[in-house]
Design a protein around this ligand. Sequence first.
Ligand SMILES: Cc1cc2nc3c(=O)[nH]c(=O)nc-3n(C[C@H](O)[C@H](O)[C@H](O)COP(=O)(O)O)c2cc1C
Length: 324
Amino acid sequence: MGYKIGNIQIDNILSLAPMAGVTNIAYRKMCKKYGAGVVTTEMISDKGIFYNDKKTKMLGMIDDFEHPVGIQIFGGDLETLIFAAKWVDEETNADFIDINMGCPVLKVLKSNAGSKYLLDVDRIYKTVDSIVKNVKKPVTVKIRIGYDHNSINAIEVCNAIIKANASAIAIHGRTKSDLYSGEVNYQIIKEIKEQHPNFPIIANGNIDSPQKAKQVLDYTKCDGLMIGRASYGNPFIFKQINHYLKYNELLDDLKIADRINILLDYAKDLIFYKGELMAMKELRGQAGWFIKNCPNSSKIRAQLSSINTFDDLKNILNLTIFEN
Ligand SMILES: Cc1cc2nc3c(=O)[nH]c(=O)nc-3n(C[C@H](O)[C@H](O)[C@H](O)COP(=O)(O)O)c2cc1C
C-alpha cells in the first residue's frame, strides 16, 4: 500500500478532506496526530493571495508536523490562479498544490471557480497544464463526478487532468447538484481507477467507518481514501480505519472523557495560532461535535455556542464529564 504525489511518498493512505471553516491548522494537526496521512488546507482564494490579503494568506500557514500537506487554491481567472499557485510554490512550506474544481458554493461558482470548471473539460486541461508548467511542486486536483446528473463527466475530466500532468486526483463521488447528500457514486471512481492503474486516485464521499473505508478501498481499488465530516469531533476515526485496514480488527470508540481531552488540546492549539476569542468563536460550532451521543448533548451544545474564553469551554466540559 501507498502511493506517490509527484516525488512525495505517501505511506499512510488516509487524507483529511479540505473543509472551509473547519480544517484550520490546529484541526489538521489534531487529525494528523490521530492517524491522518495527508492533510490539505481549506480552499484559499486566488484573489485574496493576489491582492495580498493577510487573512487569506494566514490560511496557508503550515506547521512542520503536518507534512505531507497541501494548500488548496480556488479561482476562476487563470492569471490570478497561476499567481496563487506560484505563491504556494515559492513562499509556503506546502508539499503540493491542490486545485479546487468541485466546490458547489454559489459565491465560488459566480467567480467561475470550483465545480464550474466541470462544465468545460478543455478549460480544465488548459488550467491544470498552465499551473503545472508554472510551478515546481506537484499539482493535485479535487473534483466531483460532474455538474449534475445529466452531465456526469468525471472520466473525461480525469483524462484531461492526467494529460495535463497533474500528480493526483481526489474524487468526491457526487455531482455539484447533490451538494453534500445523496448517494455517492463509487462505481465511476472504480472505472477511473481501472483506466489509470498507475495514476494516484483518491476516493471521497461518506467514508464514515472502518468497514465503509475497507469496502470503498476494496471496491474502487483507489490509492487513497479522503475523509471529511466523519472526522468531526472524532479525529480518532483515522486510527480506527488504519487499524482495521491493517489488522481487520475494530478499535473501540473513544469514551466521552477522551474526546473532551482531545477537544481541550485542540482548543489550546487553536488559541496558540488565533488568540483566545477567535479560537473560541471558531469552536462555538465545532465543540459540540466532540460530545455527540452523550446525554444532554443538545443542552450542552447550546451552552457551547456562546463561549468566549477557554475557561468557559473548560467549565462546560467539566460539567459534562461530571454528569456522565
Ligand atoms: C463544511 C465543509 C467545507 C468544505 N470545504 C471544502 C473546501 O474548502 N475545499 C474542497 O475541495 N472541498 C470542501 N468540502 C468538501 C469535502 O472536502 C468533501 O469532499 C465532502 O465533505 C465529502 O466528504 P465526506 O463525506 O467525507 O465529508 C467541504 C465540505 C464541508 C462539509
